[in-house]
Ligand binder design. Structure first.
Ligand SMILES: O=C[C@H](O)[C@@H](O)CC(=O)C(=O)O
Ligand SMILES: [Zn+2]
Length: 267
């Protein structure tokens, strides 16, 4: 497991493309038969990828008896077909874009498929729960005039699957729509990670990050993640339509607790 230290906004002016990518972009999460993990000190969020048949390891850096001893986990099927997550002997079948929340205290977690993983620190046990696309109360936002016609599926949130601090959903853009999260925002009380998937090979998402008045861009390929510290905007446009998993950890779980940024304020 790679461990990344937290960052500060005053590191952004003068930063190089390579430095930005090494701190904020997570590139290689998927290898057949492996679970790959990156631990970010931004709200202690761990992100990962599981491909094929693989079990959740217990990295030394956690100093835990097992991965979920003091953590909770969301696993989203980012493949094109069904996949299975088995938790302490109980199998759960997930369709594409569906999510399994795995509660603190679960010991053995195994995957069969293509899963994106997000884990946050947890102080209480919540039941392991499947959230299907129908459970996620889809909300249609945007429209063709803003090239941002998209559907937001909320899986783990205050009114859905319960958790300690994890909030997680999937946003799907309609063909011909390119922009996510515009107008954009920050949320001072939470870190958010975007994981882009379903982007055709050779296409890219241009992801904007940084303080609203000092933005930078990251060029992101399919199945890559971007960590947004509380001071950073997070939005982007694709060269074709795509989907992404958004997940947050931090001080509260209020999805709408954000500082909106007017488009004209961006620099
Ligand atoms: O804090 C909330 C997150 O940034 C996302 O839910 C935004 C998003 O999915 C979108 O506008 O497309
Ligand atoms: Zn956000």
């Amino acid at each position: 497991m790679e461990v990344r230290h937290a960052t500060a906004p005053d590191q952004i002016p003068g930063s190089t493309t390579d430095w930005l990518r090494s701190r904020f972009l997570v590139e290689d999460l998927f290898a057949p038969g492996e679970v790959r993990l990156v631990y970010s000190h931004e709200d202690r969020i761990v992100v990962g990828g599981a491909l094929g048949r693989a079990a959740l390891p217990n990295p030394d850096a956690l100093r835990a008896g097992h991965f979920l001893e003091r953590r909770e986990l969301g696993a989203v099927n980012v493949g094109d077909g069904p996949g299975t997550v088995t938790v302490d002997g109980t199998p759960y079948e997930l369709g594409p874009k569906e999510c399994l929340y795995v509660g603190r205290g679960s010991r053995e977690v195994a995957f069969d498929g293509a899963f994106y993983l997000v884990s946050t620190a947890a102080h209480a046990d919540h039941p392991t729960a499947l959230s299907t696309l129908a459970d996620a109360e889809p909300v249609r936002l945007g429209g063709p005039e803003g090239s941002n016609d998209r559907t937001i599926y909320k899986h783990v949130h205050a009114k859905g699957v319960q958790s300690c601090q994890l909030v997680l959903g999937v946003t799907v853009l309609e063909p011909g729509s390119m922009w996510n999260t515009m107008p954009c925002h920050t949320h001072e009380r939470r870190t958010e990670v975007y994981f882009y998937f379903g982007l055709p090979a050779g296409q890219r998402v241009i992801h904007l990050m940084g303080r609203p008045d000092e933005t930078r861009n990251l060029v992101v390929a399919d199945r890559q993640a971007v960590v947004s510290p509380p001071w950073s905007v997070h939005c982007g446009f694709g060269t074709q339509a795509y989907s992404f998993v958004w997940a947050m950890g931090g001080e509260n779980q209020a999805y709408d607790d954000m500082e909106p940024v007017a488009i004209g304020e961006l620099r």
